[in-house]
Unconditional design. Structure first.
Length: 272
């Protein structure tokens, strides 16, 4: 089973130099180009299940991917709040400089960057837990588990500790109990363990997935980065998990180089 990971296109919140997290922001014109470029790149692989964060910038990108398959592939993406960017709590929408000025908080992050959370926000540990739970539920209908082994009855329950942007428990936030329900609702219930799916999310969740399967230690969590509209691929097969490639950006060849520089300031993880 192949799982394509796509970071959403640039949004209005990505160009303001603020901490964005789970704030709602639409795609910019450049973000639209990036989303459509990623969609065009994926189109030849044919119709597949698309799972997405429910935040506008990710949802719009997922919709562009689905649309690229034409009328035959026009089933809407399955939205899952567990694929949202990390919640930054009280720091949502605030300048990065304000975070740097909080010496107690920055000291806590320096001491334990993986388990420290912003006030009323999430830690990287919690982000990784809820995203991993969503991935397990995406894999289950394909009959494979997280080790790549075939498991015909593999069904993972949602992460009961996951929270929505207001901190409500998953049981009261309307999260799906399993991703099977969402797949059935859209007519996309895959049964072929050799099939494909696409996950559209943010830099944080995609880092969490890649770091998990690459075995990156917590202290190196921020080493890997992704680009708006970049595509990565993980394959689950034969009892193995293989990261085939990370952050492919060749599909941006036709975009205006003056507006977009891969790895440049518009790709900073702090803005989601």
């Amino acid at each position: 089973m192949k799982l394509y990971l796509v970071r959403h296109g640039q949004s209005t919140g990505n160009i303001g130099g603020t901490l964005m997290g789970q704030s709602d922001h639409p795609l910019t014109p450049l973000g639209e180009q990036q989303a459509r470029a990623a969609a065009a790149w994926l189109a030849p692989f044919g119709r597949m299940a698309v799972y997405s964060s429910d935040l506008p910038r990710a949802r719009a990108t997922a919709e562009r991917i689905v649309t690229a398959w034409g009328a035959a592939g026009a089933c809407p993406p399955v939205l899952d709040p567990r694929l949202r960017e990390i919640s930054l709590g009280d720091y949502e929408g605030r300048p990065w400089q304000e975070f740097e000025a909080d010496t107690d908080l920055t000291a806590a992050f320096a001491a334990d960057p993986y388990r420290t959370a912003l006030p009323n926000g999430e830690s990287l540990e919690h982000l990784e837990a809820r995203v991993h739970a969503a991935v397990l539920d995406i894999l289950a209908p394909f009959g494979v588990d997280e080790t790549g082994a075939y498991c015909g009855n593999a069904v993972s329950q949602g992460d009961a500790s996951a929270t929505d942007r207001n901190g409500a428990a998953a049981a009261g936030a309307g999260l799906p109990e399993t991703m099977d329900a969402g797949a059935v609702a859209t007519g996309l219930l895959p049964t072929d363990p050799g099939g494909c799916a696409c996950l559209v999310a943010h830099d944080g969740p995609i880092r969490a997935i890649l770091n998990h399967y690459l075995g990156v230690p917590p202290e190196k969590w921020w080493t890997l980065s992704t680009t708006h509209g970049g595509v990565s691929l993980i394959e689950f097969a034969g009892g193995c998990v293989t990261v085939r490639f990370i952050n492919a950006t060749g599909h941006f060849a036709g975009l205006d180089p003056e507006k977009y520089v891969p790895g440049g300031p518009d790709d900073e993880a702090s803005t989601g």
